[in-house]
Design a protein around this ligand. Structure first.
Ligand SMILES: [Zn+2]
Length: 253
């Protein structure tokens, strides 16, 4: 028996309803049918809502590869463009994410967009300068130990305002104490060619990369919970940088 597509059914019904003068009913039927198709799409391919079984089947390496594949789609202009309302319905009761991102608050680097991930796929902890502190470490421990995440990426980026502020030794309200968290990365580049200001793009980039790497080291040094999982091969942690000019994420480790 020949299978008919949902689209052809919708078109046939819509045409018939138009002739019987039942336009409002036809419109609601079309909306319901489109929702049904969207829901089906939301449950397959890149838009598949993560279930407990799917999360359990994904290894730490595969979780990292999914992030890299998502960024490749984003850079190529081929993001999955999942149906968000279908994603809301699919994740309303549970979440089984596969990765956690420690990222900057910068408006140009939203992790879900950069890695082309749908609702329920990643935890995102964001703070200017993407460093870790006790609260973010606690958030990561929840994401990994409680919610089953398999990979952590510390995502720095080019032309980071927080890094520039640290380089320029900015003093401003609570920002002063926030920028102190970036000082260790700055200290690692005391000997650096060129001027010691944010106009030195090479210096800003070098400090940003070191800052991301130091955050990975801090996660392992300050969280015995996460180090134990990493040592056992149940968790992968990596530092990465996004280039704002291209959207491309380069992994540093
Ligand atoms: Zn930033």
């Amino acid at each position: 028996m020949m299978r008919r597509s949902a689209g052809s059914d919708v078109q046939r019904m819509f045409t018939r309803r138009l002739f019987c003068g039942c336009l409002p009913a036809a419109a609601s039927f079309v909306a319901a049918a489109v929702t049904s198709v969207s829901t089906a799409r939301a449950q397959s391919g890149e838009c598949a809502v993560f279930t407990a079984a799917l999360q359990k089947s994904i290894t730490p390496d595969q979780a990292m590869e999914r992030l890299k594949a998502g960024n490749a789609r984003f850079v190529a202009g081929k993001s999955a463009n999942c149906d968000m309302l279908a994603q809301v319905r699919g994740t309303a009761e549970h979440q089984y994410p596969i990765a956690a991102i420690v990222g900057c608050i910068d408006s140009r680097v939203p992790p879900e967009v950069v890695f082309d991930q749908h609702l329920g796929a990643i935890f995102a902890a964001r703070v200017a300068g993407n460093f870790v502190n006790t609260d973010i470490l606690g958030s990561l421990e929840y994401a990994i130990k409680v919610a089953g995440v398999k990979a952590i990426v510390v995502l720095g980026h080019s032309e980071c305002g927080a890094i520039k502020g640290a380089v320029d030794q900015v003093k401003l309200g609570n920002l002063t104490s926030l920028l102190a968290n970036i000082q260790p990365a700055l200290d690692a580049h005391k000997v650096f060619a060129g001027e010691k200001t944010s106009h030195n793009h090479e210096l800003v980039q070098a400090v940003a990369e070191t800052n991301a790497r130091l955050a990975v080291q801090a996660i392992l040094a300050r969280s015995p919970v996460l180090k134990e999982l990493a040592d056992a091969g149940q968790l992968r942690i990596a530092a990465a940088m996004e280039d704002l000019k291209t959207g491309r994420v380069t992994f540093l480790s």
